[in-house]
Design a protein around this ligand. Structure first.
Ligand code: HEM
Length: 100
């Protein structure tokens, strides 16, 4: 059993692992076996490509059409329910942006 959370937060593979830094995924640096949110090998998640496509599509549509205001600026605590999620959700207010 591989502890994927520990792998994704391991300072041997990630600079400043707790920092939110999506830019770390830019470029061609191989993350093979240091980043495996869908597992690996024979039993890799069959929803892998669907989940990536769906999340990127939804996120891009939301940020293009809404301003997002975080209602509780405190640090969110995580719970493990299949994947990680913030306890009690993450309340936000969405304000529709004017169409360009
Ligand atoms: C962000 C979303 C998702 C994440 C992070 C995720 C992650 C994972 C992980 C870590 C595994 C275990 C792989 C292993 O044993 O090595 C897995 C297995 C699996 N996932 Fe996902 N998954 C996601 C979405 C989905 C979706 C959308 C589907 C179906 C449409 C799906 C179907 C499955 C199935 C059937 C397995 C078992 C594969 C097997 O044992 O052969 N997953 N997933």
């Amino acid at each position: 059993m591989i502890n994927i959370f520990n792998l994704h937060h391991h300072p041997q593979f990630w600079n400043d692992p707790e920092r939110f830094e999506p830019e770390r995924f830019l470029g061609n640096q191989s993350r093979r076996f240091a980043f495996m949110p869908f597992g690996a090998g024979e039993r890799i998640c069959i929803g892998n490509h669907f989940a990536l496509l769906e999340s990127q599509l939804l996120l891009s549509l939301i940020v293009r059409n809404y301003a997002i205001e975080l209602l509780d600026p405190g640090e969110a605590e995580m719970e493990m329910v299949v994947s990680l999620r913030p306890i009690g959700g993450l309340p936000v207010r969405l304000k529709r942006l004017a169409k360009p």
